[in-house]
Design a protein. Structure first.
Length: 349
């Protein structure tokens, strides 16, 4: 049976299957037992022929997937294409995916702000999948975890302003960045002077350091990562008047982003009302017991699927303000899981 043009047992292509997010796609497909009739692993020509372990899902048994070259013909017969191969590749392959009659769910920034492309976080704006024209964009990882926590609060009272500072893991810059954090930490502990450290993935050393610079700087002094959080949040929340100020920082953590968030509401929202809303919200887990030193920490939450919220308290600097801290695995909920959840929405629709 077809729903919204998507079979109930779709053929799924994972584009960029050999990368960190691509491999996470395969893990999530298995863990959610996604109802696929076939899963294809696609990557660049140099990766063609490689075998990737896959634990199976739907009608696809556990075993290995042989990687095929990502060429236009590879999408023939595909229903859903999960993309994490970079914006240039997504743009190059978009027409081939559409010509195949498939829906592209894209993890890059290539289409996020296109007015004809929905930008979807299933816990926040699932209804937006209904108006896609063949492409649905996955938001930036730091935006995803923030709006998952903002949505139940916004439903209590419209949010006027958000101030967020991010503490983003090295893995957000790829596998080479994680390796650099390992290597530099070892080098510093071995007494290697700063000027001799291997610095390639970032502009400065990442070990024992924080770098307030993610992506390129824009003319107004903000970075593109910060601009993404501002623009994407407005689009996802359907509120162009929502004021957002972001400062994005890379920290020496391997996996999971942390965010310090201050929210100003139009009306009064008490801490307990906010806590109750967050505890009932899908995709949110409240971890907030200061007396027991319980709060979310990136180092302990890798490979989890929820957005964890703690340090919930009033912000006395504004009339109707709350402050909190949230943590999520940016490779999982910030990328692969969110995209697969969108694919499930397509089937349900």
């Amino acid at each position: 049976m077809m729903k919204n043009g998507i079979p109930e047992r779709p053929v799924v292509a994972v584009a960029g299957a050999t990368g960190a997010v691509g491999r996470e796609f395969l893990k999530v497909l298995h863990e959610l037992d996604f109802p696929a009739s076939e899963v294809r692993a696609l990557a660049s020509a140099r990766s063609a022929g490689k075998k990737l372990p896959f634990d199976g899902c739907g009608d696809v048994p556990a075993g290995e997937l042989v990687v095929s070259e990502m060429a236009p013909s590879a999408f023939e017969g595909v229903d859903i294409a999960l993309f994490s191969a970079g914006g240039d590749v997504s743009k190059e392959m978009r027409q081939a995916v559409l010509d195949a009659g498939a829906v592209m769910i894209d993890n890059s920034s290539a289409f996020r702000m296109d007015p004809d492309v929905p930008l979807v976080v299933p816990e926040v704006n699932p209804e937006d999948v209904r108006w896609h024209s063949g492409v649905i964009a996955n938001p930036n990882c730091s935006t995803i975890q923030m709006v998952v926590a903002l949505k139940p609060l916004y439903d209590l009272s419209r949010i006027k302003r958000v101030v967020v500072s991010t503490y983003q893991a090295a893995s957000g810059a790829g596998a080479a960045a994680m390796d650099e954090l390992y290597d530099q930490t070892r080098e510093i502990l071995d007494g290697v002077p700063d000027e001799e450290l291997g610095v390639k993935a970032f502009r400065h050393r990442i070990a024992f350091n924080c770098i307030p610079h993610i992506d390129v700087f824009l003319d107004d002094g903000s970075t593109k990562e910060e601009w993404k959080m501002v623009a994407e949040t407005k689009k996802i929340m359907h509120d162009d008047e929502l004021a957002v100020s972001a400062t994005c920082v890379r920290v020496p953590v391997l996996r999971c982003h942390g965010e310090s968030i201050n929210v100003e509401f139009e009306g009064d929202v008490g801490v307990e009302a906010a806590r109750a809303a967050l505890e009932q919200a899908p995709g949110v887990r409240v971890m907030d017991d200061p007396a027991s030193c319980e709060y979310p920490m990136p180092g302990l939450l890798a490979n989890t699927s929820d957005t964890y919220v703690g340090r919930l308290r009033r912000d006395p600097s504004v009339e109707h303000g709350l402050a909190f801290w949230d943590v999520a695995d940016q490779i999982r909920k910030g990328a692969a899981l969110n995209a697969v959840q969108i694919a499930l929405l397509l089937i349900q629709e």
